[in-house]
Design a binder for this molecule. Sequence first.
Ligand code: NCD
Length: 307
Amino acid sequence: MRHLLDTTDLSLAEIDEMIALAMDIIDNPKKYAHICDGKKLATLFFEPSTRTRLSFEAAMYELGGNVLGFSEAASSSASKGESVEDTVRMVSCYADIIAMRHPLEGAPRVGASKALVPIINAGDGGHAHPTQTLTDLLTIYREKGTFDNLTVGLCGDLKFGRTVHSLIKAMSRYKNVKFVLISPKELSVPEYIKTDVLKPSGCEYKEVEHMADVMSELDILYMTRIQRERFFSEEEYLKHKDAFILDTDKLIRAKNSLTIMHPLPRVNEITTAVDDDPRAKYFIQALNGKYIRMALIITLLKWGELL
Ligand code: NCD
């Protein structure tokens, strides 16, 4: 049984195929409207979510399937002390595919060890968020037509932001990609991202503390919010809350072809005036999340011979 626990579970050829499938879904939605008739997706969300959960649900409905699940740990048997393994094993009896979000790093992998159906990691703590990365890749593909030769700026909470970790893992596999890591020192990328991902990939990268200095170099600017729920002290949080805000003034030096992305939710790190800039793509990115999840559900069900 194939699962999606981390971005690197997929080969580059498989990512290309999934993106091609998403593009076909965008162009020919009717062709896919009944492909999952009678199939069920379970969404096990032990941590809050709006886009990820609802886009999974919308994706399954648009494929003709049905959805069951819970949106908070408190309304599941986890609140009675049930283990992730038991929950997943049991839900495998009720659903054909499971999307799971959990505050603990590695929880979806633990669940997958007992699963009888494909498990999709919909975000595990500060670790990974592979379906957001597929969403980001589809957005980059639709904007740039390629993943090669791009300078990607990632800004904000690079330490706790799981979308950032997964995107770096994915983009570092392409040719001549450069990373500009923009964050306060306390929120820079974890050491393992440098030693296990960036350095072995041979990609050029630099760490800076001022967005304005590097703006003109960027092809993509990936903004993120401060992950308040993963901060241990409120004092730490307040120190960084307003740092690294993108506004229209900072964009004056940016390329016309810049693509501004954000996994959302936004707090205050992009001013609402930026939303009207044609380079702002974060709401289209959210829409792309539905299409790529449709492609992912079809692909995993087919690989598991469940479709
Ligand atoms: C992200 C997440 O949950 O990691 N949101 C999302 O899935 N679109 C980003 C975030 O919460 O900041």
